[in-house]
Design a protein around this ligand. Structure first.
Ligand code: ADP
Ligand code: MG
Length: 289
């Protein structure tokens, strides 16, 4: 690209709060044919809230709240923050807290191990979920994230958590399709919840149940198919994927690691600015020929 075209493109980006960190970011953006969006905090606002809960037969809400709060009091995960907002502060904190990356957490309360997190973690810990399978299916079908709380004696209950979709997410995906760009969504969240959100937004490819370390691999797999891949994310666990992508876009309100790993920073934290960036980039490249 001519230095002049790049300068103009960079200036146009700046007007929209789109920070191209280097000239190649503009050239690569013009050529993207698939963009992967992180779900939580990127397509959604990233402020999860507990909207429903189910207490297992023979258990009480007080018990569920006390056990969940005891474990989550140690965690800074957005879902932990949401759960604590509902339960109130923990009466006692769990001992021996362990975070299980991308799946949940465990700790000991009153001498008993408590496991809290997604279905995969419960299954691995031997907590039987059948008695709540119907409730979980209904909640996940409505796009809720289900967090189970279990003990050796079995399931104590679950929390259903909602995170609102950003107002511009739907328009973003439509506009990318109009520009012949395919759209994928990647998340550590479970498949039924992810599928529901994806259906609402018209997403082409759903990458669900992805462990934090697996996001970059998913980018690599698409690149191995000969695709030029953009990745949009906000979290610490998005950083390696942002680096691996042909173009990494960081949500401005996201973590410092995500911002440092990206090629483009969206200062307004609006996913639609991915469309703006691609439009500016294509315009810039046209001017060079
Ligand atoms: P994402 O990629 O969507 O940002 P994470 O990788 O952080 O998600 O987490 C993936 C899943 O792991 C969550 O959807 C949740 O089910 C579970 N999880 C992880 N940490 C916690 C926690 N502290 N409390 C409850 N659930 C958790
Ligand atoms: Mg995120």
């Amino acid at each position: 690209a001519t230095p002049m075209a790049i300068m103009i493109g960079t200036g146009m980006g700046a007007k929209h709060g789109i920070l191209f960190k280097h000239a190649e970011a503009i050239e690569q953006s013009a050529r993207l044919d698939v963009v992967i969006f992180d779900k939580t905090g990127t397509l959604t606002v990233g402020r999860p809230e507990v909207v429903d809960l189910v207490v297992a037969p023979g258990r009480t809400k007080e018990e569920l709240f006390a056990l969940a709060a005891a474990v989550e009091a140690h965690s800074e995960h957005p879902l932990a923050v949401a759960i604590l907002a509902r339960t109130g502060p923990a009466p006692v904190r769990a001992e021996g807290f362990t975070n299980i990356d991308g799946q949940g957490a465990t700790g000991t309360v009153g001498g008993q191990r408590v496991v809290l997190g997604n279905r995969i973690l419960m299954t691995q810990s031997g907590v039987d979920l059948t008695q709540m399978a119907d409730a979980a299916e209904r909640l996940q079908g409505a796009g809720r994230t289900v967090v189970y709380v279990g003990q050796e004696r079995g399931l104590v209950g679950l929390f259903a958590i909602a995170d609102a979709i950003r107002p511009s997410s739907l328009a973003t995906i439509k506009a990318l399709h109009q520009r012949s760009v395919k759209v994928a969504m990647i998340t550590g969240d479970n498949r039924p919840t992810a599928e529901r959100v994806a259906m609402e937004l018209g997403i082409d490819i759903v990458l669900a149940d992805v462990l934090p370390g697996g996001k970059a691999d998913e980018v690599r797999k698409l690149q191995a198919q000969g695709r030029r891949v953009g990745m949009v994310g906000d979290g610490v666990n998005d950083a390696p994927a942002l680096t691996q992508a042909d173009v990494g876009f960081a949500i401005g309100a996201g973590t410092d690691v995500a911002i440092d790993s990206a090629d483009i920073v969206l200062m307004r934290s609006d996913p639609y600015d991915v469309v703006q960036a691609i439009t500016i980039a294509r315009g810039t490249l046209r001017k060079m020929h």
